[in-house]
Design a protein around this ligand. Structure first.
Ligand code: ZN
Length: 176
């Protein structure tokens, strides 16, 4: 849809400006992402303009559907991402990684009339997803587990050994 994910920098009034966008399955298809099978995300954006300062606070909430690494069935993952940007005019490259709690600074050319947030939202959402995407224990598709269960169990044990520092994991097993 026209205007979706676009902040019209030239037309911004001083003070607070609000936008809300929706990102569905097509959003990820446009990025040729085949890992995200479906999505229902809402982006609430607050843009503050004060002189030459433009601050963007963007909250993305909702869920995406990916494939479970264990049973290959659909797995719904919650998404809750906060994107805080400071927009600056100029040709400099952003050289430093933002510190925790700081705004990420993005530089745009003076002539640029609008800021397309879609790539930024896409990157933040994808980065927020865990590397290992599996259902909670016992919630995998039992039919699929008949076929895949044995082989994947070993992989999971290795991962479990890596995470074995957690003393509560042992306690949890005792009370099963
Ligand atoms: Zn599963």
């Amino acid at each position: 849809m026209n205007g979706e994910f676009i902040i019209p920098l030239n037309g911004l009034a001083a003070g607070e400006n609000e936008f809300s966008w929706h990102a569905g399955k097509e959003f990820f298809e446009d990025f040729e992402n085949s890992e995200i099978l479906d999505a229902q995300l809402d982006a609430d954006v607050r843009v503050e303009k004060s002189g030459r300062y433009i601050g963007v606070d963007c909250y993305v909430e909702g869920e995406v559907v990916v494939e479970c690494d264990r049973c290959l069935d659909d797995l719904v993952m919650p998404v809750d991402v906060e994107i805080r940007l400071s927009v600056k005019y100029g040709s400099e490259e952003s050289s430093e990684e933002p510190q925790p709690g700081e705004r990420e600074v993005i530089f745009i050319p003076e002539t640029q009339a609008e800021l397309d947030m879609s790539q930024i939202i896409y990157d933040y959402v994808c980065l927020s997803l865990p590397m290992q995407r599996v259902h909670e224990d016992g919630e995998c598709n039992p039919e699929a587990m008949k076929y895949y269960g044995g082989a994947v169990e070993e992989v999971e044990d290795e991962a479990g050994a890596d995470a074995g520092e957690n003393p509560f994991a042992a306690l949890k097993d005792m009370f099963r």
